[in-house]
Design a protein around this ligand. Sequence first.
Ligand SMILES: Nc1nc2c(c(=O)[nH]1)N[C@H]1C(S)=C(S)[C@@H](COP(=O)(O)OP(=O)(O)OC[C@H]3O[C@@H](n4cnc5c(=O)[nH]c(N)nc54)[C@H](O)[C@@H]3O)O[C@H]1N2
Ligand SMILES: Nc1nc2c(c(=O)[nH]1)N[C@H]1C(S)=C(S)[C@@H](COP(=O)(O)OP(=O)(O)OC[C@H]3O[C@@H](n4cnc5c(=O)[nH]c(N)nc54)[C@H](O)[C@@H]3O)O[C@H]1N2
Ligand SMILES: [Mo]
Length: 664
Amino acid sequence: MRVTVAEDRVIRIQGDPDHPPTHGALCTKVSRYAERVEHPERVLYPMKRSGPKGSGQFERVSWDEALGDIARRLQAIAARNPQAVLPYSYAGTMGLLQGEAMAARFFHKLGASLLDRTICASAGAAGLQATYGGKLGMHLEQFAGSKLIVIWGSNSIASNLHFWTFAQQAKRAGAKLWCIDPRRSETADKCHRHLALKPGTDGALALSLMHELITRGWLDADYIERHVEGWPELRERALQWPPERAAQVCGVPADDIRELARDYGTTQPAAIRLNYGMQRVRGGGNAVRLVALLPCLTGAWRHPSGGMLLSASSWFLRAIDHAALQRPDLLAGRRPRTINMSTIGDDLLREGSEAFGPKIEAVVVYNSNPVAVAPESRKVVQGFAREDLFTVVLEHFMTDTADHADYVLPATTQLEHLDLHTSYGHTYVLLNQPALSPRGEAKPNTQIFRELAARMGYDDACFFDTDEALARQALKPGIAYEALQAHGWQKLPLPDAPFAEGGFLTPSGKADARGADHLPNHECAESTPALAAQYPLAMISPPARHFLNSTFVNVKSLRSIEGEPLVEIHPDDAAPRGIATGMLVRVFNDRGSYRCKAEVSTRARPGVVNGLGIWWRKFGVDGTNVNELTHQQLTDLGRAPSFYDCLVQVAADAPATSVAPAVA
Ligand SMILES: Nc1nc2c(c(=O)[nH]1)N[C@H]1C(S)=C(S)[C@@H](COP(=O)(O)OP(=O)(O)OC[C@H]3O[C@@H](n4cnc5c(=O)[nH]c(N)nc54)[C@H](O)[C@@H]3O)O[C@H]1N2
Ligand SMILES: Nc1nc2c(c(=O)[nH]1)N[C@H]1C(S)=C(S)[C@@H](COP(=O)(O)OP(=O)(O)OC[C@H]3O[C@@H](n4cnc5c(=O)[nH]c(N)nc54)[C@H](O)[C@@H]3O)O[C@H]1N2
Ligand SMILES: [Mo]
């Protein structure tokens, strides 16, 4: 990103045209980033709660008062049991310094509970780890040279724009594009073929593709022989999945599966852009394993423009020293329990016990908005509303979570602080240099934890490291801080075709097919018939194009594009329910109810509704959002939430032309 500034104000924000993977392009959201930084509702001063929990009533206090009181409260809790304190953070910034650096040092020193950061990607990560030995994949730029691209569980135009540019280059050069997505997304519209499978059935589809590769003779026997472990067993299982059987499970024509298999089996180089949408279901981890094996069966990995990409973030382990940043040695032999961030709803409501450990008495939230983004909101809200819970939130805005805080501390944005970034989509290390001075009394997360550490009396040298010192400590030999300062970014030294000769990072060096299987255990008529009789529609809740999870929802120019919270429903499901576009509907199940506007549209496939996310609850008709309906059941691998594995019913509520949000 290049920011032009005059008198400490942003004049212009552009992409860096020299940076190969992003090539000068910014998405709509980030191109409006200045609107967010200078937003009139930005939290600019430390705020202390002055009304009941969750009331959103706060008064301004000094940093001195806020930090002093927070340190005293945390110390009192820690004196009983430090594990009663829980850090809660995720993707607000994905920067290494403002993420888990000084914060991690602070909580390690305290001996706080550890957080299992599972809310987004850990099912897929576990799938890749098991299969390839890490989150490893193709170079983004190489998709431009592919002859076939399967965009699988990804609305690239909305959420992976930089990839989409390369896919378009390939398309212009004659490549065929397939999209595998229950929703007819903006991306599906632009692909040659769209397979609108039922959510949670990707594993069955992958097995059926394998069936065709085997029976039609499209396998690369030499690559399999040398670089795949456990294929004979998986081969037997795949042979039980002829296209007719998968067609039944996936809800798509068998001939479409055959056509996709033929394209995949007979085109080189063939690339799969897998993304996280398809692993937010209970069988998501194994589904990723099966898809990750496809390029090993056809030898697609032999080509730089063949193979697959879900995440390439493990390549960065060669460049980044996370232990130097996070200093797990500060635990000094203590082994605190781990809390899964995806079950925060249940865990905040748990009493202390032998198995669970102490009741959670304090939560420090940074880079996250759990009240809006975590599953089964009713419980999450109930937990954060506990009068006996001490909550500190580092934020830019009064989010749904900040509303429940005892203290809200003003944090800086990307434009106001230093940071170091990796990526899961591309293979470049980047330096984020501040362009503006901090607004109001905002401080970087690092600085807030540094000052809190001082108040707690932590005098280890590592609590005095500056942000630049942190960045230097994070870089392993080969990436120089000065080079990043000069150019902004540096590419990781990696071969163009990383697995052309095998060399996976598994212990055997082979792609591991052992134990990869499909368990059709998502919520559906076959596996949960009683539930499906009551709640016959499957609901997925992928992001709205102009929001970034729950970030940007309060930026007016972006919210006005998205309009109002809505659910897309297919005409065949809308008609019998008397639902028309613009009507207010009630989407509900045993966990809760969410009222929003209906959009009758073939973007939804029959039997599936799309509740686009993630709105702030306070913008919802009843002060709720789509996570009122999602559950806390975890995936087969990786302990991740299964947001897109969620049966609901939809009913007409009242005719309405416009739904007034609770907050203007
Ligand atoms: N504009 C925008 N961009 C974003 C984000 C955002 O909120 N807004 N979020 C960022 C983050 S944190 C992430 S993790 C990524 C998320 O981006 P992706 O990894 O692409 O994941 P999703 O957007 O959750 O889902 C992608 C597509 O998968 C489809 N899908 C849902 N269920 C299934 C299924 O069972 N099988 C298959 N095959 N497809 C399914 C959805 O309809 C959706 O179109 O995007 C990042 N980029
Ligand atoms: N139903 C449903 N739920 C989902 C998803 C879905 O697809 N459907 N997607 C899931 C996914 S993929 C993810 S990654 C999670 C995302 O969940 P979160 O990680 O909670 O992401 P955001 O909702 O964007 O909230 C991040 C907050 O961090 C703040 N922030 C940004 N930068 C900074 C900073 O530098 N310092 C501080 N202190 N704060 C900062 C922002 O203002 C914002 O309020 O949501 C998950 N929840
Ligand atoms: Mo995510």
